[in-house]
Design a protein around this ligand. Structure first.
Ligand code: TMP
Length: 211
């Protein structure tokens, strides 16, 4: 089963994920957690290229294609092999980030990037995507508490970030069977509980379908 986690930076998704991984492992599931951009050495190099200061002024299409290139490597070399070995794979970000950030906020087109990626990834889609929803103000508050973690895209202004949010919301409406919203404004404990509940429900459903 392939689960992806999406949302604005500062939404607490990584923290919730780490706890869910531990919880599932305690239930004897084999779980691997990975991230995008990144997940293997080549894609981590692409991550550095896009997200550090050298990337300033990069063309929007260059940025989008680098994210997608890193994803293709990650999918073929990490995600699929783990799925074949029976692992639950949880990825901190996946294709919807490109659709929201580059398609929505950079203006390349939400539908266009969504379709383009479905073609490039040859129809491979997450079984479940959790969208961690948080207001711009709350996300900024959390980010300013840990400035050392800020990447090049975190430095973008309100207009950019509101456009990212709008694009994610558009995706939630378009793909309700795949994407579930998590209210990330709640306490870390509540966010963990919501995340755990949705994932456990999906695992149960998935097991029934496999029987
Ligand atoms: P993160 O790993 O801390 O979430 O940082 C990754 C940053 O890159 C984040 O600001 C979102 C952005 N991003 C995109 O713009 N497009 C993408 O396809 C991905 C995966 C991330």
């Amino acid at each position: 089963m392939f689960i992806t986690i999406e949302g604005m930076d500062g939404s607490g998704k990584t923290t919730a994920l780490q706890r869910v991984k531990q919880y599932l492992e305690d239930l004897n599931y084999k779980v691997v957690m990975t991230r995008e951009p990144g997940g293997l050495p080549l894609s981590e190099k692409i991550r550095e290229l896009i997200l550090n200061k050298d990337g300033v002024g990069m063309e929007p299409w260059t940025e989008a294609l680098l994210f997608i290139a890193a994803r293709k490597e990650h999918l073929e070399k990490v995600i699929k092999p783990y799925l074949e070995k029976g692992y639950i794979v949880i990825s901190d970000r996946f294709m919807d980030s490109t659709t929201a950030y580059q398609g929505g906020a950079r203006g390349l087109g939400v539908d266009y990037l969504n379709e383009l990626q479905k073609n490039i990834l040859q129809g491979f889609l997450p079984d479940l995507t959790l969208y961690f929803e948080l207001s711009f103000e709350d996300a900024e508050k959390r980010l300013s508490a840990r400035p050392e973690e800020k990447n090049r895209l975190d430095e973008e202004g309100r207009k950019f970030k509101e456009a990212v949010k709008l694009a994610f919301e558009e995706l939630v409406v378009k793909e309700p069977n795949r994407i579930t919203v998590i209210d990330a404004s709640k306490s870390p404990e509540e966010v963990f509980e919501q995340t755990k509940k949705v994932i456990l429900e999906k695992i149960e459903l998935w097991k029934k379908e496999k029987r």
